[in-house]
Write a protein that binds this ligand. Sequence first.
Ligand code: ADP
Ligand code: ASP
Ligand code: MG
Length: 422
Amino acid sequence: MKFGGTSMAGIERIRSVAARVKREAAAGNQVAVVVSAMAGETDRLVGFCREASPLYDPREYDVVVAAGEQITSGLLAIALQAIGVPARSWLGWQLPIHTDEAFAKARIGTIDTQALDASLSAGEVAVIPGFQGVTADGRITTLGRGGSDTSAVAMAAAMKADRCDIYTDVDGVYTTDPRIVPRARKLAKVTYEEMLELASVGAKVLQTRSVGLAMKEKVRVQVLSSFTGDDAPMADTLPGTMIVGEEEIEDVERQLITGIAHDKNEAKITLTSVPDKPGSVASIFEPLAAANINVDMIIQNIAHRSPSTTGASSSATDVTFTVPAADLPRSIEALNQARETIGFGELIHDMRVAKISVVGVGMRSHAGVASSMFTTLGARGINIQAISTSEIKVSVLIHEDETELAVRVLHTAYGLDADEAA
Ligand code: ADP
Ligand code: ASP
Ligand code: MG
């Protein structure tokens, strides 16, 4: 069982989580619980780091931001004990949960489950703080924002759990964020592949890595709500959304488009007048890769002749791409340092962009998905700044202010509105 930030926000909520855990344990299940920090807490801790220094040491950042989960894991163990359920917390370094050294976005390697197995066999509930791990030389790491989902799936895989139930503040995975489109529909099942794509383009209901890991380790994952009363159906009746293999979905249940996601956490960078010659693009992306910055959408405009100071004209091109907004200051720094090598004119950046994506395995066998996306947006006067596609996804970059409108009109255009799909 994994409980997210809103489910853990305050002692009342933690008591309600404890009651739910007790119910599952009383039904004869051995339970390990992974918890997030209280809602808003990780943002607060990140804020402290930024305030202390915008170019903070990621190793110390991890020490700070891992603290939120330490608090909630202890509190849940206390709340469980208070209602007669034997429980104890196991911090990342105590188990340990081994990770690599990519601080702030570490990857889990192996998890020692010996102590946990013993604890569960002795009838205890194990409470594990999500989001954290430890390097080989004993330094605290965190797994990237939203990483408790990945902790939970990794834990489930390591312990060979029957299922990994991700409890959150919505009762499943919807065709799009139900907070933006009230007519979004809950999906009973979604494939690993589509969920992976949806998560990677902004559907934050599950962290992308957690889905990739679940797919690889064949962990059965259910997304369900923690905001229900004592009379809520048991998790075994599968009241939420199951993430499943493609073979578990019947043809008749298939839609052309499964879901729509948005992401406001990208920033756009344009380098003007980049010399149009072999190696140019490499000289831009090498310094970014060296700084461990993930570039997402890339467009290179067609070359144009730009007059040079010597009077001769040389061929130059503009290169536009997106990076995570949080990495914008570091990206600008890395690019400016490489300015001589790249030889660009100006560096223009824009935070006020949003990426809108439509995802569905149906795209593989149907043409026209991208074109109807462009037509729908164009009809509403929404300008497209960049495009990228994969086999089962089309993404566009637009102005941030148009996010909600774009998601709504696309949701309707692809026939996903709840009232249409009876
Ligand atoms: P937690 O704190 O439990 O990890 P998150 O806030 O990370 O919860 O994720 C749950 C939120 O994800 C929901 O409140 C919802 O607004 C958002 N969300 C985005 N896309 C979707 C979607 N397709 N289906 C369900 N929820 C979504
Ligand atoms: N508390 C961390 C975050 O807010 C991890 C998580 O909640 O999944 O990103
Ligand atoms: Mg989350």
